[in-house]
Design a binder for this molecule. Structure first.
Ligand code: NAD
Ligand code: MG
Length: 390
């Protein structure tokens, strides 16, 4: 029987790559639902090609917009069209759905992702912010419901592939980081960075928010927290390793001195195909790396002075409770302000640090308490951004 998929965030970078892999295996998968937030034109085109049973948009107005576009295509059979948060939750928990690709960016993806976990789905997790915010709650919910949580983030997918099937013996996780576009830039030069420069990642083509996170290295900070939850290790057991070529996607170091690594081209279809097919394997559309003709591989230490984001994430993870929620919320506010031209690049991590120092962290035992901390942090981060206004 075919596996029915819901793709949350279908119109984004991960969503598009997921549909590319799915289209290569029409005998195995069918698309149950596709969701979009702004790009209704792309969603209409995806509906034409992939024929989902349901499409979810953000507003009632967009429902009309999508119907008009589908009519213009001359479609006779339309998907059901839902809108808003309830629509996202509905397609994440629907009985017909086997697996949910969680590829909405940021906190907006938390509720549908958590509901998919709660209803015992196979959840392919790209939306790292959802796990950073809900941590123990998401992991305990998965344990209770029997949901399978499979990492799509390339580093965590690599660690998952290198993780021992039985027993212990792991000494540490080494998360690789390309270093982003400003790896060798001075502190002074970092204050002049424009959104266009920050979004031009040297190795990966990604959405704008994660591109900025990669440039500040907050992406690696969020990934450190993500790794702690997914693999149940303390932050002290996770090391960040700069690897500009981005061909080794991460490693697991064992007590016997073995280092296991996963390698491949910088193409998210590899981890997506792995998670979709798991525990089997099938094609992703990406060829094997030709090691004899790749550039030499380099590995180096992270410069924590120029890139303080990883330290902030380590501290947030170690202090526990709602601190990672504050870190994530402040970062989302600061990145949006930077992309809008209201904040300098080097001020992003300052806003995060100041917000972490000022917001009471509370607990995160359910969606309501998480939302409370998230909102308090957003309000405080907004004030911090205002304080930096030119
Ligand atoms: P993107 O900006 O390209 O796409 C985001 C998707 O989320 C879009 O479909 C958009 O419609 C939807 N969305 C945005 N705001 C929304 C809201 N408020 N409500 C509902 N839907 C909303 O982002 P992306 O690069 O595809 O990243 C998606 C997630 O995957 C992020 O959490 C990112 O950190 C993670 N991730 C991405 C990559 C990558 O290579 N792009 C790699 C690893 C992890
Ligand atoms: Mg990653």
């Amino acid at each position: 029987m075919k596996q029915a998929l819901t793709i949350l965030g279908a119109t984004g970078s991960i969503g598009v790559s997921t549909l590319d892999v799915v289209a290569r295996h029409q005998d195995r998968y069918e698309v149950f639902a596709l969701t979009a937030h702004r790009n209704i034109v792309r969603l209409a085109e995806q509906c034409r090609v992939h024929r989902p049973k349901v499409a979810v948009v953000a507003t009632a107005h967009q429902v009309d917009e999508l119907v008009t576009l589908l009519r213009q295509q001359g479609q006779t059979a339309y998907p059901d069209i839902l809108w808003g948060k309830e629509g996202l939750v509905q397609v994440s928990v629907a009985d017909d759905v086997h697996a949910v690709m969680a590829a909405i960016v940021g906190a907006a993806g938390l509720e549908p992702t958590l509901k998919a976990v709660e209803s015992g789905k196979k959840v392919l997790l790209a939306n790292k912010e959802a796990l950073v915010m809900s941590g123990a709650l998401m992991m305990e919910t998965a344990l209770r419901s029997g949901a399978q949580l499979l990492p799509v983030d390339s580093e965590h997918n690599a660690v998952f592939q290198c993780w021992p099937r039985v027993g212990a013996g792991v000494e540490k996780i080494l998360l690789t980081a390309s270093g982003g576009p400003f790896l060798h830039w001075s502190l002074e030069a970092l204050s002049e960075v424009t959104p266009e420069q920050a979004c031009r990642h040297p190795r990966w083509a990604m959405g704008r928010k994660i591109s900025v996170d990669s440039a500040t290295m907050m992406n690696k900070g969020l990934e450190l927290i993500e790794a702690c939850w997914l693999f149940d290790v303390p932050a002290t057991q996770v090391e960040i390793l700069i690897h500009p070529q981005s061909l080794v996607h991460s490693l697991v170091g064992y007590q016997d001195g073995s280092l296991l690594a996963q390698m491949g081209h910088t193409d998210m279809r590899i981890p997506i195909a792995h998670a979709l097919a798991y525990p089997e394997r099938h094609g992703s559309g990406v060829p094997l790396l030709d090691l004899a003709s790749t550039e030499p591989l380099q590995f180096m230490k992270l410069d924590r002075l120029r890139f303080p984001a990883v330290r902030l994430a380590e501290e947030a993870m170690c202090s526990g409770g709602g601190a990672p929620i504050v870190l994530n919320a402040a970062n989302e506010v600061a990145v949006a302000a930077f992309l809008d031209g209201r904040l300098r690049f080097d001020q992003i991590t300052s806003v995060v640090e100041r917000t972490l120092n000022e917001v009471i962290r509370g607990t995160c035992k359910d969606l309501e308490s998480i939302a409370e901390v998230d909102q308090a942090a957003r309000a405080q981060a907004g004030r911090q951004v205002g304080g930096y206004a030119p």
